[in-house]
Design a binder for this molecule. Structure first.
Ligand code: SF4
Length: 558
């Protein structure tokens, strides 16, 4: 977590959007914890955590809340479009290699963007090739509108100060300049272009002067990770005085990287998460590592589900790193292609391509993306992981119909009502309960408890009943949350144990013994039911396709 001052700034910014109150508390809690890891910065009035999310005081962020968190739109939230395949540089790891066809024209791109936004996209990445080589870039940015965060991925080639000013005026929010190494010769070698390093540095300076949020997008080599040199790289980026380091590892999108040695291991990913947290805590630069945002602990891999990529020729892929196509927007509507693709793609916890790249070897025929026919064949063989933490919370409410969940909720509801009634009795008829138990005490040959009117302990007991009523109600209202049954069980078992101790050590009053039995039973039942319905949720995570994709059978047939 960051400084208290930062937390206050974040809370103030979020409170300006009252719609957040309507979001499920579990999702809000998740977002608060996630966002709390980043320093909030103000760039020209835009309050920014990192460039994978819109600024939190923007229309785009409101759309994230209204259309996705509340509206549960089925469409994508994030999209990337290649604005040209032309690029003078020649990166080893380029995901757009070996693609060709007829480039999308500006009208087609504008129409596509309108479709994407209608379907829910609030974050749009313009990539390439080199997108600065698209002569209509300013018009495309302007046309996108201010209700969608726009990020430009560039090598910096062709940038002038005037162009940067125009882009800012048109509404460009974020820019990422590619820089893969702090050693000039190394960067030029990786990008297959002499002078690429100096071009990137110059572009960074221009964007900074103009006042746009600037990040460096760096593709971290396996070698840099293995030799623990990412730290060194980040220190270099701090010296550049940029806002953010947008990091990703090399992905196995192209044949040069289709081997185990090239793919990041889970331990290496965790190492980078730690590094990110360390730098973000220090606050000199925001580090935004893709494996953190798309990690199982956070939003997971949403390729083909909430993320989509459209290449410069109109082919639709799950994400930039997945060289497969589900169709071309010139042949079929984008909506139809996307929903067909989404049926195949659950929201999952691990990077799809890191896991399934081996299958590309089988279907690759020298051309990317692999054809739609081969893509569909490949999809029969791929495997997916369970949901990420965010998706688990996001989709969970659709599982409230199973018997285990219904039973759990019924138990919680009845308990809440009974606890509330007992609380009222303690408060307004303090001696009624004792009179009742004393009648039965004679029957069992136990001593009668002294009947007292209202007093400190009964008031305390009323307060206790109020707390357990609230916990039981929360269990009923948010069955996916495990904290409420956990707390209720603690409260009830503690009360049960205290009662039996009093019964055995103090006085053998019937009310003590009854409380020992009743609270013990409630505590144990709550934990057992929680476990049963937890299995239900976990099972759904792995097996229920509609939970994964967000598309039900009914919606599919429609
Ligand atoms: S496959 Fe998923 S996690 Fe991997 S790069 Fe694409 S969107 Fe990100």
């Amino acid at each position: 977590m960051l400084s208290f001052k930062n937390q206050i700034a974040l809370v103030k910014a979020l409170l300006s959007n009252l719609q957040l109150i309507k979001v499920k508390p579990s999702l809000n809690w998740f977002l608060a914890k996630y966002m709390g890891k980043f320093k909030l910065i103000n760039v020209g009035g835009q309050l920014i955590l990192h460039s994978h999310l819109p600024s939190i005081n923007s229309k785009a962020f409101n759309r994230f809340i209204n259309e996705h968190l509340l509206g549960k739109k089925l469409g994508p939230s994030h999209a990337q479009i290649s604005l040209t395949n032309v690029c003078p540089q020649n990166c080893k790891y380029c995901y757009n290699k070996n693609r060709n066809g007829e480039l999308l024209n500006t009208d087609e791109i504008k129409h596509l963007i309108k479709n994407l936004k209608d379907m829910g996209v609030f974050w749009l990445g313009f990539t390439g090739g080199e997108p600065l080589l698209n002569k209509d870039l300013i018009e495309i940015v302007r046309n996108t509108g201010d209700d969608c965060a726009i990020k430009l991925f560039t090598s910096g080639m062709n940038l002038t100060e005037q162009l940067a000013i125009e882009l800012k005026k048109a509404g460009l929010l974020y820019v990422s300049v590619s820089l893969d190494h702090w050693i000039e010769e190394e960067h030029d070698r990786i990008r297959g272009y002499k002078g690429a390093f100096q071009i990137a540095l110059k572009a960074i300076e221009i964007f900074k002067r103009v006042g746009i949020h600037v990040s460096v997008s760096a593709v971290i080599s396996k070698e840099m990770i293995k030799r623990d040199r990412v730290d060194e790289f980040l220190k270099f980026l701090i010296e550049l005085d940029i806002h953010e380091a947008w990091l990703s590892e090399v992905k196995p999108s192209g044949e040069d990287f289709w081997n185990e040695d090239s793919v990041i291991t889970e331990n290496e990913r965790i190492g980078l998460l730690r590094l990110q947290d360390k730098y973000n805590k220090e606050g000199q630069i925001t580090v935004n590592y893709l494996g953190h945002f798309e990690g199982r602990e956070h939003f997971g891999c949403n390729a083909g589900n909430k993320m989509v990529y459209i290449d410069a020729f109109g082919e639709v892929s799950p994400c930039v790193f997945t060289p497969m196509t589900f169709g071309n927007i010139r042949d079929k509507s984008f909506q139809a292609i996307f929903y067909e693709m989404k049926e195949h793609f659950p929201s999952e916890s691990n990077c799809f391509i890191n896991k399934n790249y081996g299958l590309l070897k089988k279907y690759y025929k020298g051309q990317t993306p692999i054809s739609k026919e081969d893509t569909l064949e490949m999809m029969k063989e791929v495997s997916f992981s369970p949901m990420s933490e965010f998706s688990r919370l996001y989709y969970k409410q659709k599982n409230e119909g199973s018997i285990a969940v219904k039973l759990y909720r019924a138990f919680a509801f009845v308990s809440a009502v009974v606890f509330a009634i007992v609380g009222i009795i303690f408060l307004f008829f303090p001696d009624a309960a004792l009179v009742f138990f004393n009648k039965w005490s004679d029957h069992f040959g136990l001593p009668r408890a002294p009947v007292q009117g209202n007093g400190f302990y009964l008031t305390l007991a009323s307060a206790y009943m109020y707390i357990v009523t609230l916990l039981a109600y929360k269990m009923y209202r948010y069955p996916e949350q495990r904290i409420y049954p956990f707390l209720l069980t603690q409260a009830k078992l503690a009360s049960s144990i205290m009662s039996i101790v009093l019964f055995l050590k103090h006085q053998p009053y019937l009310i003590y013994f009854a409380n020992f039995l009743v609270d013990g039973f409630i505590g144990i039942t709550a934990i057992v039911l929680m476990k049963t319905q937890k299995q239900e949720y976990d099972y759904a995570d792995e097996n229920n396709e509609s939970l994964h994709t967000g598309i039900s059978q009914k919606e599919k047939t429609e």
